[in-house]
Design a protein around this ligand. Structure first.
Ligand code: NAD
Length: 284
């Protein structure tokens, strides 16, 4: 659903690339960019999902185009980059949104208790490194690789922007999620490194660290089939001063702010939490 932008921003004449744009958060970001008059290229490993999001924007009168792209496949990204360059011109906005967690990168216990190891539970010692690496790579290398390819269009151009999607896990790792937490922490660190690296090349690099928004990747952990909260969701909610999960539309203002040269032209290398106060709360 297309939610109206909270304030106007004119990105007319700009080509924006959004990875993970078939997902809930990034299809929303694609809608925000389209309403700001950018030409939006929606990339996702799930083409039908990206196509459905692009079709909804096209039907509303915006310029939106879907592409199948795995953020870990360099050849595929290069091919999509060439298609976008030919059809829509150089990319000057990149939103690195593809990512998410997977149980293969998780432990099943919150605390290791040597005296009470339940054989059925996967502890840190049983973690399969291939699963760990898949989660790490999707979130971290899946940010680095599209950046390498699409930022080549941006160097030396005015007002280019990269926005990465980090997480609360980057600030304080959530229990059970070592791979996802390490990857998002790497995304935040890379955001700072790249901001400095590109600071003389006309590209600002920032990140958003969303708190808790119910989407496809975390729904099974947060909601039972009947829509009621899981014990983990209850525990998370007790750490959110706002007392509720976020609504995806509450991320739009942060995105538009970071992209605006007037509002954020001197904002570079920040990781902006949008979390209902989660990262500020000590728990007492
Ligand atoms: P989502 O599952 O709705 O969207 C993720 C999208 O990424 C999906 O469309 C999926 O097909 C795509 N994707 C997965 N692997 C890919 C690959 N290899 N190449 C290209 N696309 C791929 O989840 P979401 O919550 O909208 O996630 C968006 C981003 O926000 C992710 O980076 C996630 O880690 C991050 N995030 C989410 C939350 C939250 O509360 N939902 C909080 C913090 C950060």
């Amino acid at each position: 659903m297309l939610t109206p932008n909270p304030f106007p921003l004119d990105l007319g004449g700009r080509t924006a690339v959004v990875t993970g744009a078939g997902g809930i958060m990034c299809s929303h970001f694609a809608g925000a960019l389209a309403q700001a008059h950018a030409t939006v290229c929606l990339l996702d490993i799930n083409l039908p999902a990206a196509q459905a999001a692009a079709d909804a924007l096209t039907a509303a009168g915006y310029r939106a185009y879907a592409y199948r792209a795995d953020v870990l496949d360099k050849a595929q990204l290069e091919s999509v980059h060439a298609q976008i360059l030919a059809a829509h011109g150089p990319c000057s906005i990149l939103i690195n949104g593809a990512g998410g967690n997977h149980p293969d990168g998780n432990t099943e216990d919150e605390y290791f208790r040597p005296e009470a190891v339940e054989p059925a539970l996967k502890t840190f010692f049983q973690l399969d490194l291939n699963g760990f690496r898949r989660v790490f790579d999707l979130n971290f290398i899946g940010t680095v690789l599209p950046t390498q390819i699409f930022s080549a269009d941006m160097t030396g151009r005015k007002d280019s922007c990269i926005v990465n999607i980090s997480s609360m896990n980057a600030i304080r790792p959530l229990t059970k999620l070592p791979a996802y937490s390490a990857a998002k922490s790497a995304v935040s660190n890379f955001t700072q490194w790249l901001a400095v690296y590109f600071s003389r090349a006309g590209i600002r690099v920032n990140a958003i660290a969303p708190g808790f928004f119910i989407t496809n990747q975390n729904r099974p952990n947060l909601l039972h089939a009947d829509g009621s909260l899981t014990p983990r969701a209850e525990k998370i909610l007790s750490g959110i001063p706002a007392g509720r999960f976020g609504d995806i539309s509450e991320l739009t203002g942060a995105l538009l702010f970071l992209l605006s040269p007037q509002a954020a032209g001197y904002v570079n290398g920040v990781v902006l939490p949008v979390d209902g106060g989660f990262s500020a709360y000590a728990g007492v």
